[in-house]
Design a binder for this molecule. Sequence first.
Ligand SMILES: Cc1ncc(COP(=O)(O)O)c(C=O)c1O
Length: 422
Amino acid sequence: MVDLERLERPESEVGALDVQALRRQFPILGERVHGKPLSYLDNAATTQKPEAVIEAVANFYRHDNANIHRGIHTLAERATAAYEAVREQVRRWIGAPSAHEVIFTRGTTESINLVAHGWAGRHLEPGDEIVLTVAEHHANLVPWQVVARRTGAVLRHAPLTEDGAIDEDAVCELVRSPRARLCAITGASNVLGHEPDLRRICAEARRHGVRTLVDGAQWVPHAPVDVGETGCDWLCFSGHKMLGPTGVGVLWGRRELLEQTEPLLTGGEMIRVVELDRATWNDVPWRFEAGTMNIAQVVGLGAAIRTLEQIGMARVQRHVRAVTGYAIERLRALGATIYGPLDPTRRCGLVAFTLPEVHPHDLAQWLDQEGIAIRAGHHCAMPLHAQLGLGSTARASFYVYNDEAEVDRLVQAIEGARAFFR
Ligand SMILES: Cc1ncc(COP(=O)(O)O)c(C=O)c1O
């Protein structure tokens, strides 16, 4: 096991991370790409995995592997205990009142779909309003479009402010509408980086009887999260964006709402009694976990949360904001256009930008030749790019193992691209 406590610097630098020591725990960061050392700056797409997560998954298969909730042999009991222990870990991690409110899914997309189809699809009526923003990821747009078509509900989208942030006043205005029933909003935009004031929005929504879902895909990996303080009704996030394995995510929801939610998948494990022509459902949360689940990945998620807890989420946030702030400064000095608010304390760790002379795809390809991984495209936010009048942006995104030196390397490589494409 990695002793992350030892990675921290002395008392005089409390809060600072020893990034070089931390990087050694991520085997892939030692890779070379096109003969150059890898700078992985595509963390908003997925983060890399530390040895502790890789080992947790491998050790599960080496020592504990069995199916869960159904066997009475030793391995089945060990596997079940390991899986259910992560449910409790997640509960603590997000400050939820009960582990019964924590559902394992494949990721944010599935979590949002479960609420959209399992709850909203059954509770919304024609003319009811679903409040969204123009900055949402497709995962928090398309399921609501489908639900609106099915129920006759109407979609309302809050715009951006002049400085390219999500317009929180407009969101609050929309949830005050007498027909508003549900507000589904990002905790941090995967293009603008903006972290809207969720406490304010959720409180306003609650005052008007509007339910709130937070798409936490880019927020939960970057901030200390407490669902009680936030005041939302549902929180969705993905393990793979916070050092965990792919194929595992979480839906947290208030117990009374989960009790009113129909499962997306039916079959084995999610039932109480099955007859030939009918069945009754298991208790929450197991009624939402049909079939054989992604057991090893859930165990890996537990190791990822342990790693982040050992670093401390306040320290994660401080570190990533510092690197992001530095990147914004240096990219602006280069003449890049940055999207979203410029203040890094209003952001998660990503910066979407464009350059006058180089198309984002050309830039990403050029940087790849230099060993630097960024993303170019619409980042699954086509309506937002349309609002910005763009087809695509370049996006550099940072996490705990990135530092200012990598930003310098990025900027230097961009200068090379500009000289070439000019
Ligand atoms: C803001 C946001 N929401 C939702 C998602 C979807 O997450 P996943 O693909 O893990 O389901 C992403 C992924 O990039 C995202 O950035």
